[in-house]
Design a protein around this ligand. Structure first.
Ligand SMILES: [Zn+2]
Length: 490
């Protein structure tokens, strides 16, 4: 996430586009060659701050930095979640899976701890007390105690169904979305006609940027003309939970938008997001090389800017009054205030990139695991599981999912596992935000060594990953190592 060379915690920032997928073994569904997916994390909440303060980046917690995840915590629709009681009980009592009760209790404890960390539980009881009440005796699980800890009707607390997480736009939302898309296209037309603005943002690449605004606008209009074919959204609220802001895929001309973007909860932000996605759809070279407002965003080279979707947001944002750089002429190598890039900037960027890659891979893992479960739920298709079983087991071991603890012959992805990986994605986003506040560690570290210390410290500050520093770091490193290499959802 959260984003490319920089973390996704800035206004309008989003995630890097999606990686080339590995092709599954014969028999599996062939993955599209290059999924130019990209995600926008936390646009909504973050930008609220920006728009309300005259276009300036708001410092939420850490001086000088905007914290996407922390901002997201203020959004009413964001909470860490638990599976439905029935799903939890099913995991506990499944005679074939035979998941040890201790494993389930550990998972529930971790999930509740992560929710408690964000003050998201209905009950104020300490987590160990809640767990003791939910599991009153060996083999027993109490729905009444579960419902005291959590509101079973609240989708922001309870994971309802994977089937709503990736779906077409509801009729009631389609008309509004089309208006937003039209407005976004109009903004792109104005931007492409703004010679001075193009020069201020893209410098010597202004002519190329102008052409890309045009191709993006064309692609967006085509998508608006057939929403069912080109656009999906998420009514299960998986996206805000994991800070996923959407993605676009040039090869298929598909894009996935947050439900709040579709509904136009924050119209300027919806339009900026659509401009961003349109720039990916319009040209295959437009990637995510630095999200909007991330460190040194305005100092990027001209060659990078013209291939970076977030830079296409800038002129439309100026028109919408939600730019963080209004009136600024972007100069490669120079930050907005004129300051030079420091060693702290460099090391933080390495640490942020590492966690961004971990977040991105965790997000991929979440969508993949969710898809594996959906295949089983809807078609009783076990092929996606067996095809990638070894990797699923590896992920399960690293992240404390239950798959590797299940009876091997019957192992599958349970609802509990989907929720566990969802909470891991969320944790990566939160830790990614925390790391941007870390100071340079003392000692003769290399830049990479210093960044490693920062990552470990940020994990420690989060405190609710796996509660074992070595395993925590191993999980983060495993995810980062699998950046853009995990299977596509079936
Ligand atoms: Zn993007």
């Amino acid at each position: 996430m959260v984003h490319p060379s920089v973390p996704r915690h800035e206004p309008g920032s989003d995630r890097p586009r999606r990686p080339p997928r590995r092709t599954p073994p014969a028999g599996g569904k062939k993955a599209p060659p290059i999924l130019a997916m990209q995600r926008l994390a936390g646009n909504q909440a973050v930008v609220t701050g920006v728009t309300s303060r005259s276009g300036r980046t708001v410092e939420l917690v850490v001086p000088g930095r905007q914290h996407r995840g922390l901002a997201m915590l203020d959004a009413a629709d964001v909470r860490a979640r638990m599976p439905r009681f029935a799903d939890l009980r099913a995991a506990l009592t499944d005679k074939k899976l035979r998941i040890p009760e201790a494993v389930i209790k550990t998972a529930v404890t971790q999930l509740l701890d992560r929710m408690a960390k964000e003050n998201r539980l209905k009950s104020k009881d300490p987590v160990p007390t809640l767990v003791a009440k939910i599991f009153p005796a060996p083999g027993k699980i109490s729905e009444a105690a579960f419902n005291k800890a959590l509101d079973p009707a609240d989708r922001t607390q309870i994971y309802q169904t994977v089937l709503d997480a990736h779906t077409t736009i509801k009729k009631a939302d389609a008309a509004k979305l089309k208006v937003l898309m039209k407005d976004a296209g109009d903004l792109m037309a104005k931007a492409s006609g703004d010679a001075a603005g193009l020069a201020a943002v893209f410098g010597g690449q202004a002519a190329v940027a102008k052409a890309r605004y045009a191709s993006g606008r064309t692609a967006l209009a085509a998508a608006a003309a057939d929403l069912d074919k080109h656009v999906t959204t998420d009514y299960n609220l998986d996206d805000p939970e994991t800070f996923l802001g959407g993605w676009a895929q040039h090869s298929t001309q598909m894009m996935h938008l947050l439900a709040s973007v579709v509904k136009g909860t924050d119209p300027p932000e919806s339009k900026a997001t659509l401009v961003h996605e349109a720039s990916h759809l319009g040209h295959g070279s437009v990637d995510d090389l630095g999200y909007y407002g991330t460190p040194a965003f305005e100092a990027m080279s001209e060659a990078d800017k013209v291939n970076n979707a977030a830079h296409y947001e800038e002129l439309p944002r100026r028109l919408l009054g939600v730019s963080a750089f209004a009136g600024h002429t972007f100069t490669p190598g120079t930050k907005k205030g004129g300051g030079a890039v420091t060693r702290l900037d460099i090391v933080r960027k390495i640490a942020s990139d590492h966690l961004q890659h971990a977040w991105d891979a965790a997000s991929d893992a979440h969508m993949w695991v969710r898809g594996v479960r959906t295949s089983w739920l809807t078609k009783k298709d076990t092929t996606p599981f067996t095809t990638d079983k070894a990797l699923i087991l590896e992920l399960s071991r690293f992240s404390d999912m239950t798959v590797h603890q299940q009876a091997a012959a019957h192992a599958r992805i349970t609802s509990l596992d989907v929720v566990i990986i969802e909470s891991i994605v969320r944790a990566m986003g939160l830790i990614g935000n925390l790391v941007t506040a870390e100071p340079l560690p003392a000692g003769p570290f290399s830049d990479k060594g210093a960044a490693d210390v920062m990552v470990a410290e940020a994990i420690k500050k989060y405190g609710q990953l796996l509660k074992n520093p070595a395993r925590d770091k191993a999980l983060v490193d495993w995810l980062a190592a699998h950046f853009r290499s995990l299977p596509s959802p079936p």
